[in-house]
Structure formats: structure tokens, C-alpha cells
Design a protein around this ligand. Structure first.
Ligand code: ZN
Length: 241
């Protein structure tokens, strides 16, 4: 089975549409979303609608949780806070109803999926390096755990970081190793590659690869400016920082 894994859409509809078109070309059997459908970006309801329609599983992210009032806005930096307060104001009843029911993690047949970290899915911990990754391997039973949240595409084993610099470069999971894979962000990449990021995994042949998709960044930026979202959030999309 081939599974497309997307995360951190952040209400960037133009990026989501580009990614969904690319996913169609990869012909997966399932699409899993690791959360943060809303927050930061200008089109939260449209993104919720598309995610509801196109994905088989969707998890709750920290921005989704704050947007629906499940978590407090207090932990957010001023930019994230301003954006999520704007999101709360425009979120439709239907979008709220969708987000409020999302689970924090998903134990798939082959892999584990979570937005932040498998040890405490509701603590929104960041797995940013080999040290923070190593702490997590005792918290899941499968060979691979897929995460999002940092907006940085990355692969960790129990002993090292694997650099998959080229999209489409296949990583074959070694049966003697375990992995934490961050699929990167659709709507706000922070690894200095502004293209939308997501991943494809093949459960039978046990391999994974990243996809990076160009999209019309300026269109999203003008939607954000029109909505009055913080300039810092608008500008960071240009170079994916
Ligand atoms: Zn996020």
C-alpha cells in the first residue's frame, strides 16, 4: 500500500491544491494528514473542506487545538497568536466541528503517526535533532513514526540523522533500524526550501521519499496581506524560513 503523508497546511490553500494535484500523480491508496490544517494562513475553511474531502485520516495539530479553543493561546509567540485569533474569527461552524473531533495520534497497520511527538501527543514537543529524536523511540512500537510540527523535513534513526537532500530519493527502511520521519510542511516550510513538502511511503516495499512542490507563493502572500495577517508570516514564505 502506498500512503501520502501531509502535514502543517496552515490554511495555505494554494500550496495544498498544488500538493493534492501532485499526490494524484503518485497514485497513493491513502492520504494521512498530521495536523495543523489551520493557523498562520489566509484560507482556513477552504483547507478544512479539502482535507475533509481528500484525506483518510487527519490528526489534531497545536494550531488546530488553539483555533477551536481546546488549548490556550498563551504558549504562542505574538505572530502565531495574532494569526490564530484571526482564524478563530473566521472559522465556520462546519470547520470547527471537523477540527474538534480530530484524534491526537493514529496507530496505522504498519506505522505510527502523530503531529508533535509520540511520548506526549498533547504536549506539542518538537523533535528537532538526533538528541530529541532518540528520547522518543521508546514511545512507539512500530518501525517508523511519522511526525510534523517543526516544518522541517527530516529523517532520524536511533543513532543518526539521514540527509535526503533530493526529493524523490528513495530511503529503503532497513529492517534492523527504526525511524522518525518528519514529512515537512505543506503551507509554511522552514527548511530554507520554500516549496511545499510532503512524503510518500510504500508499506510493502518499505521505502519512503519526499516530494517538494512549487506553488504560487505570491498568490498566498497577497491573500495574507488582504486578510491583514502579520507581515513576518507573509515574508517568511518567500524563502521558507
Ligand atoms: Zn505547524
Amino acid at each position: 500500500m502506498k500512503i501520502a503523508i501531509i502535514s502543517d497546511i496552515h490554511a495555505n490553500l494554494v500550496a495544498l491544491e498544488a500538493v493534492l494535484a501532485d499526490i494524484e500523480s503518485q497514485k497513493p491508496d491513502q492520504i494521512v494528514c498530521l495536523g495543523d490544517v489551520v493557523g498562520y494562513g489566509p484560507r482556513p475553511n477552504e483547507c478544512v473542506d479539502l482535507v475533509r474531502e481528500k484525506t483518510d485520516v487527519c490528526l489534531l495539530g497545536n494550531h488546530d487545538a488553539v483555533a477551536i479553543g481546546k488549548d490556550s493561546v498563551e504558549t504562542f509567540n505574538p505572530y502565531a497568536r495574532e494569526a490564530v485569533l484571526w482564524t478563530q474569527g473566521v472559522l465556520s461552524e462546519a470547520s470547527r466541528n471537523f477540527l474538534v473531533d480530530l484524534p491526537l495520534f493514529y496507530n496505522g497497520r504498519d506505522y505510527t503517526y502523530v503531529h508533535g511527538s509520540p511520548d506526549k501527543p498533547d504536549a506539542w514537543n518538537y523533535i528537532t535533532n538526533i538528541g530529541t529524536a532518540q528520547d522518543q523511540f521508546s514511545s512507539f512500537d512500530t518501525q517508523v513514526c511519522f511526525v510534523g510540527h517543526t516544518h522541517v523535513a527530516a529523517v532520524f534513526t536511533e543513532s543518526r540523522t539521514i540527509q535526503l537532500k533530493k526529493p524523490d530519493e528513495k530511503l529503503i527502511f532497513d529492517k534492523y533500524e527504526r525511524y522518525i520521519v518528519n514529512v515537512g510542511a505543506v503551507g509554511q516550510p522552514r527548511d530554507y526550501d520554500p516549496r511545499a513538502s510532503y512524503g510518500i511511503v510504500n508499506t510493502e516495499e518499505n521505502y519512503f521519499y519526499f516530494r517538494r512542490n512549487e506553488y504560487d507563493i505570491e498568490e498566498t502572500q497577497s491573500q495574507m496581506t488582504e486578510a491583514g495577517l502579520p507581515m513576518y508570516l507573509v515574508e517568511r514564505l518567500t524563502d521558507g524560513r
